[in-house]
Design a protein around this ligand. Structure first.
Ligand code: GLN
Length: 486
């Protein structure tokens, strides 16, 4: 048995029965990182010494019997979640040497649960991108095909799980950044309902869309990570005091009585790869075999989602990123002669081209005279998109769709073509605009052996139904059990 290949729930069982120790488990994961990280490039920072200290502490609580499901479990954290005393870069030169003086709420929760943090995962700079090519430090490679992207922006988090360089990870999803890399790397990824997980200590990209969520080797692990990170937090004014269920209680066999809506606008869809189309149709049939009823529904306004998102997200980003001015923290150009030149030079050297593009678009769209035409109009259409979902959920319990229109593309293929890159978010953005939960699970492979993901979307705060459907799909298939050859 290779320890680094364990799921969280299996590792927990072995730890509890004292068949393995947290130290052995962490050492196995660190050895795996040592062996494959040079090929994959999933991490920006690694903390092997700190991880071993945490593992020893976990072994103590295991010995005393005061352990939880994450005690001694090695995890990776996307590098835009603040970790006290440990560098948090957002994959940007502007935060290259930033060491947060506090832990994000999710970090406090993971630490309290005894988890072992092995490192900070690579991502697109400030989470802007769908390929992890926009990291200021290096691209991450897809463990299934090293010449291809792992998806993004949580590409490091997804690749680390897929390549067994951690047992699970956290990412963030503003417009698909957990679900799309999960799909491209054949792991499970969930964007929880907006407000379900505290954003305190998550470096803000687009505040009305951002959510932290788990990436995992299977649905059970996803549920366990959800249990650990969800919950109301007075430090985040948009967090919702909704009771958090034990998400593992939804993992029961049988889909009888479940109604799944298939958005007719998504299948067939323009530009949808035939292998993806086929895999999704097979998944629909599988859900029916499992007892679910599949009905056609319509989301007429989601065709505006890309346009709406790429106004709202850059507007909010331009406001959020104004704080990186070189004055209080982060990179500062020291050669400037005056204040304005210092701002200008700090930002042009500190931010990469994609981040600069978003700031410029957002600043333009928010400027006097354009606000109503862009941000105002986009917000109105956002409401129409929300209403589409509300109506759909009157007729069904969840929605099923592709995650990405194509399997992972080769590194460099569309990195200079922002519009094509933006269009690849077509199926994922609407869930963020509506604030509803979304999940990606492995559902097949293309003829070239690249993973394909299936998206399930649900009502606000109904992550449980998504996990139940995903769990049943998993019981009936073995896509999630396959491993990349590295
Ligand atoms: N690809 C989208 C973007 O570039 C989504 C990113 C995300 O979810 N963080 O904005």
């Amino acid at each position: 048995m290779k320890l680094h290949e364990l799921t969280i729930h299996h590792a927990h069982e072995l730890l509890r029965k004292k068949e393995i120790t947290a130290l052995e488990l962490t050492q196995a994961v660190l050895a795996r990182i040592e062996a494959v990280e040079a090929q994959v490039g999933a991490y920006i920072s690694l903390f092997p010494e700190e991880a071993l200290v945490q593992a020893r502490a976990a072994d103590k609580s295991l010995a005393m019997g005061t352990c939880g499901p994450l005690t001694g479990i090695p995890l990776a954290i996307k590098d835009l979640i603040c970790t006290q005393g440990l560098r948090t870069t957002c994959a940007s030169r502007i935060l290259e040497n930033f060491i947060p003086p506090y832990d994000a709420t999710v970090m406090q929760k993971l630490k309290a649960g005894g988890a072992v943090i092995v490192g900070k995962a690579n991502m697109d700079e400030f989470a802007m991108g769908s390929s992890t090519e926009h990291s200021a430090f290096k691209p991450t490679r897809n463990p299934w095909e090293l010449a291809s992207i792992p998806g993004g922006s949580s590409g490091g988090s997804a690749a680390a799980v897929a390549a067994d360089m951690c047992l699970g990870s956290l990412g963030s999803d503003t417009g698909g950044s957990i679900r799309q890399p999960a799909a491209h790397c054949s792991v499970v990824g969930m964007k929880p309902t907006y407000g379900r997980v505290s954003r305190f200590g998550l470096v803000a990209f687009a505040s009305s869309l951002d959510q932290i969520g788990p990436l995992a080797k299977d649905t059970t692990d996803c549920a366990l990570l959800m249990n650990a990170v969800c919950g109301y937090d007075p430090n985040d004014s948009t967090s919702v005091p909704e009771p958090v269920p034990d998400f593992t209680t939804f993992l029961t066999p049988g889909l009888k009585g479940m109604k799944i809506g298939i958005p007719k606008e998504y299948l067939p869809a323009q530009g949808l790869d035939p292998d993806v189309d086929q895999a999704i149709r097979n998944a629909i049939r599988r859900m029916q075999d499992l007892g679910a009823e599949c009905i056609e529904i319509s989301l007429p306004h989601t065709r505006y989602a890309v346009a709406v998102y790429y106004v709202i997200a850059p507007c909010e980003a331009s406001s959020n990123l104004a704080r990186y001015d070189g004055v209080r923290y982060g990179f500062r150009d020291r050669q400037a002669d005056d204040l304005i030149q210092m701002y200008r030079r700090t930002k042009s050297q500190g931010f990469g081209p994609e981040v600069q593009r978003r700031i410029i678009i957002g600043t333009y769209a928010l400027s006097a005279g354009y606000y109503d035409a862009y941000y105002g109009k986009a917000s109105q259409v956002r409401t129409l998109i929300m209403n589409d979902f509300k109506q759909a959920f009157e007729r069904c319990d969840l929605l099923l769709s592709p995650v990405a229109p194509t399997p992972a593309f080769p590194i460099g293929e569309i990195s200079d073509d922002p519009l094509t890159m933006y269009l690849s978010d077509i199926f994922t953005l609407s869930a963020n605009l509506a604030g509803i939960p979304g999940l990606s699970i492995p559902c097949g492979f293309s003829r070239n052996g690249l993973p394909i993901g299936l998206q399930l979307m649900g009502r606000h705060f109904d992550e449980g139904t998504l996990l139940k459907a995903a769990y049943n799909f998993e019981l009936a298939t073995d896509f999630h059990k396959q491993k990349p050859r590295l």
